[in-house]
Design a protein around this ligand. Structure first.
Ligand SMILES: Cc1ncc(COP(=O)(O)O)c(C=O)c1O
Length: 444
């Protein structure tokens, strides 16, 4: 891998024009980390260093980087039909991808609405929930329920039901009204060093009954949760928790939405976490692994009951919602090629077969300096470090930068290190990831 392509050495002033998202821009520009190319399990930096990708980019490159089957399908599609609107028009690939998605989706989720990102998928699902109740004559059901510490992207809907304080604080006055939050389920006192799903905390789902008692079910549209929360540091659902949420939603006619933007496409060991945990939501939001990260695309999987509710009444546009790039041909080509790869290489279930090896390697970090929790599921890891007093996040950031210097990309949120490698990861690479983390934690 010698040819690094166009020069990636940028001067300080060339770095200036771009405002990077979710980044300490001044820190970054003083010490930039530039990626030049990627293949399989690896990135190469601008100065030619090889970096093992422990995070599948941002939880999206599930089949590994720059897979020829996908890049060639995208290139061929752009030569054939570069763009085609999906407003009152369409192209065959959009239907093919919808059918392929429905084929691997939990049974009963048999329709798809395409978006371009996870944030748009979340806002779309929330809008569909409100519109669904309205079209069937239950227009008072307008309240939405999210959860503390949740990440549902950065649209106004997503930050309103989300529960990450810095993502909401600045826009507090503009959040959508009528939103409540369930308590988060992270409980180190009872569940630290869990292997797989934590034992304690299913009863936290009962808090939903309290919100129903407060507002009355006739005013509540939907509950949205991530089956496994990623962005606030890998929060796993306590055993039985999601089942209880489902039961309570059913009892009160409330829609249940799973945000599977990170858990979709094999991360937990099944195609979707809904299947892995045996709970069927009414809608699932998707993105990231849908196209193996190479073309932006998101979507909402939804039940026949929801779709059919819109197909009654006068013949005309049923939902005044959509994006110019919904089902973009290049994204559909990427999605179809990606799903084909996942299937041929058994990637949707590989996290289940590698899960035990991953778990044992992860829990070997227990006892190292500052490690206060190790939690895992499928090919996911949360490693929680004791914060430095008065400097929350500093320890996590140091571990992230030191691992990067040693050739391993990990993800840091606060003092939690999150790992989610491409699902093609080999045992030797798992050893390298945890070996590097272990050295860094021991200060070697
Ligand atoms: C659970 C969840 N929902 C939504 C999003 C937002 O997706 P995007 O960044 O594609 O808008 C993310 C992104 O990490 C996510 O983890």
């Amino acid at each position: 891998m010698q040819d690094l392509g166009p020069s990636v050495a940028l001067t300080r002033s060339e770095l200036e024009a771009l405002w990077l998202p979710f980044t300490a821009n001044r820190q970054f520009k003083a010490n930039p980390r530039l990626l030049a190319r990627a293949r399989g399990m690896y990135y190469w930096t601008g100065d030619g260093r090889k970096i093992l990708d422990g995070t599948a980019g941002l939880w999206c490159v599930n089949a590994g980087h720059a897979r020829r089957e996908i890049t060639q399908a995208v290139a061929a599609q752009l030569e054939t039909l570069d763009f085609g609107p999906t407003f009152q028009m369409a192209h065959p690939l959009a239907f093919q991808l919808a059918n392929e998605l429905v084929r691997i989706a939990p049974s009963g989720l048999d329709h798809v609405f395409f978006t371009n990102s996870g944030s748009e998928a979340v806002d779309t699902a929330l809008k569909i929930a409100l519109a669904f109740h309205r079209v069937r004559g239950a227009g008072t059901r307008t309240r939405l329920i999210g959860r503390e510490r949740a990440y549902h992207g950065v649209g106004f809907g997503g930050i309103s039901v989300g529960g990450i304080v810095p993502n909401r604080r600045t826009w507090s006055a503009a959040l959508i009204p009528g939103v409540d939050h369930l308590p988060h389920t992270h409980d180190l006192a009872r569940n630290a060093f869990s292997r797989g799903l934590p034992e304690h905390g299913a009863e936290l789902a009962e808090e939903l009954e309290g919100l129903v008692a407060l507002h009355d079910a006739s005013n509540i549209a939907a509950v949205i949760v991530e089956p496994v929360a990623g962005s606030t540091g890998v929060l796993l659902p306590p055993r039985g928790y999601l089942q209880r949420l489902r039961e309570i939603c059913d009892r009160h006619g409330i829609l249940l939405i799973f945000d599977e933007v990170i858990t979709g496409f094999g991360r937990t060991g099944s195609a979707f976490a809904a299947q892995e945990f045996g709970v069927r939501p009414d809608m699932i939001t998707l993105a990231k692994g849908l196209t193996n990260g190479c073309i932006p695309m998101g979507g909402v999987l939804l039940s026949k009951a929801i779709y059919e509710a819109f197909m009654q009444g006068p013949d005309g546009i049923e939902l005044f919602h959509g994006y110019t790039y919904s089902a973009h041909p290049a994204a559909c080509a990427a999605g179809l090629a990606t799903l084909g790869l996942y299937e041929r290489e058994g990637l949707l279930t590989r996290a289940a077969s590698l899960g035990k090896y991953w778990e044992d390697a992860a829990h070997a970090l227990r006892g190292l300096p500052h490690v206060i929790d190790v939690r895992n599921y499928g090919l996911i890891l949360g490693l929680e470090l004791e914060p430095i007093p008065g400097k929350v996040g500093t320890r996590g950031y140091e571990v992230f930068t030191r691992c990067f210097e040693r050739g391993v990309l990990v993800r840091q949120t606060g003092d939690v290190i999150a790992l989610s490698p491409p699902l093609i990861v080999e045992k030797a690479q798992i050893d390298q990831i945890f070996g590097t983390l272990s050295e860094v934690l021991r200060g070697k």
